[in-house]
Design a protein around this ligand. Structure first.
Ligand code: MG
Ligand code: MG
Length: 258
């Protein structure tokens, strides 16, 4: 069942996703060699609560923390830990959720820790581009398959692979609503996009093969070949004028350039 949102509800979803964006921007100032992923989790939890929201992931299906932090070959759903110390050359996917005024925010950004190797840097750039290509298809009259196809085409054209097991989703009163939003697919297939739909588009793109495995903690997903993976996520409202991105990477990138 796909729930269409009113304009007022879309604004509440925007508020949430702007808070997620601000949280990720705050984290940009803290991500550095020597910092643990649990340190980052504490910064985010305090930031979210001080802005009158609840951490959206904490307790979700039993998830133990505020952030999912996935380093290098970890794709998504990494659990913050005092034992995971960031080092120069790492990449770190930070997925963040909020809950406020009855709605969820959910967005993700993959950060570089200091200087990273050029192949990994290209992976980050292309994954973000793939997200933007998907967003451009998120308009009324198109179908979910048009979004996934655009993401997949861009990633595969650069020789990367698309994770199949995890997908984007609708966003609203619940963190995960219909429809599912795969990062692959065929043009003209899948649910029709209509004004009022709010979806999370979140490419998970691997440098090597698309195969993934689950770690024994029951959460962390990593690449089978242990090559790096990147993950960027936008919440997007479908409007009669086209895609309205509710997440703001601008504040994150401004923080990174300071
Ligand atoms: Mg997310
Ligand atoms: Mg999501």
């Amino acid at each position: 069942m796909i729930y269409l949102k009113t304009d007022e509800e879309i604004e509440l979803l925007r508020e949430n996703n702007l808070l997620v964006s601000a949280t990720l921007a705050e984290l940009a100032h803290h991500i550095a060699p020597g910092v643990t992923t649990l340190d980052l989790d504490k910064v985010a939890e305090e930031f979210i609560r001080s802005h009158g929201a609840l951490p959206g992931f904490l307790g979700y299906n039993g998830f133990p923390n505020t952030l999912c932090i996935s380093v290098n070959e970890q794709v998504v759903h990494g659990i913050p830990s005092s034992k995971t110390v960031l080092k120069e050359g790492d990449i770190v996917s930070v997925d963040c959720g909020t809950f406020m005024k009855g709605f969820y925010g959910d967005s993700a950004y993959t950060f570089a820790v200091g200087k990273i190797d050029p192949h990994t840097e290209a992976l980050l750039r292309v994954t973000k581009e793939a997200l933007y290509k998907g967003v451009a298809q998120a308009k009324p009259g198109n179908r979910i398959g048009d979004v996934g196809n655009a993401v997949q085409e861009h990633a595969e054209r650069h020789g990367y692979s698309v994770v199949r097991e995890m997908v984007g989703h609708g966003l609203g009163h619940k963190m995960h609503e219909d429809p599912q939003v795969p990062n692959y697919g065929a043009r003209g297939r899948g649910p029709l996009l209509k004004p009022g739909m709010v979806i999370c588009i979140e490419p998970m793109i691997n440098l090597g093969s698309r195969e993934i495995v689950f770690e024994r903690d029951g959460w962390t997903v990593r690449t089978r070949d242990r090559k790096p993976a990147a993950h960027f996520e936008f919440a997007v409202a479908i409007t009669s004028k086209g895609p309205d991105v509710l997440t703001d990477f601008g504040v994150i990138e401004k923080a990174l350039n300071n």
